[in-house]
Design a protein around this ligand. Structure first.
Ligand code: SME
Length: 165
């Protein structure tokens, strides 16, 4: 049975190194994409400070994201590609770091407490098939180091999980 360890690292690079190592242990031996998304969102939400929403959306058709496993308040279920921060990250095929969601045109407010957001696309064989979405109640919560850390976690998730659908 996996037991999450409290992360003691003082700097962000060390924090994400430890979190990535724990995520590797958590997903080891299991390749189910939904189970891994559920457990990874729980690990992240517990370990990373100042998050109010952590979760996954998956492309069920080429034009629409559908809500996957998450931690936090209930969320909007369907997001068209190109809409909001999540749909924007899919359309652009890269991470979107939004320091102030109120200043992002088209931001979709699921939890009114959210003030900043980071969305990382899930990419397999060059194709985006979903996103990892992080929301914070603090403005400017996410830095480039956070983005690199979550991109590494997203890559681990993709490598550790079988395609589905
Ligand atoms: N804010 C997102 C919608 C998803 S929720 O944050 C969970 C967006 O603008 O795409």
């Amino acid at each position: 049975m996996f037991v999450a360890q409290k992360i003691e690292a003082g700097d962000k690079a060390g924090f994400y190194r430890e979190l990535l190592a724990q995520a590797g242990g958590l997903l080891q031996g299991e390749r189910d994409a939904i189970a891994n998304a559920a457990n990874l969102s729980a690990l992240i939400h517990d370990a990373v400070p100042d998050l109010n929403w952590t979760g996954f959306y998956f492309l069920k058709t080429p034009s629409e994201l559908v809500l996957g496993p998450f931690q936090g308040k209930v969320a909007c279920v369907r997001i068209p590609v190109g809409k909001g921060v999540c749909g924007g990250a899919v359309a652009k095929g890269r991470s979107l770091l939004v320091p102030d969601v109120h200043a992002f045109p088209g931001h979709i407010a699921c939890d009114s407490a959210s003030r900043s957001e980071l969305v990382v696309p899930l990419i397999r064989d060059g194709a985006v098939f979903g996103v990892l979405d992080l929301d914070s109640p603090l403005p400017g919560r996410f830095t480039n180091e956070d983005q690199q850390g979550f991109e590494a976690l997203a890559a681990l998730y993709v490598a550790a999980s079988d395609p589905w659908g």
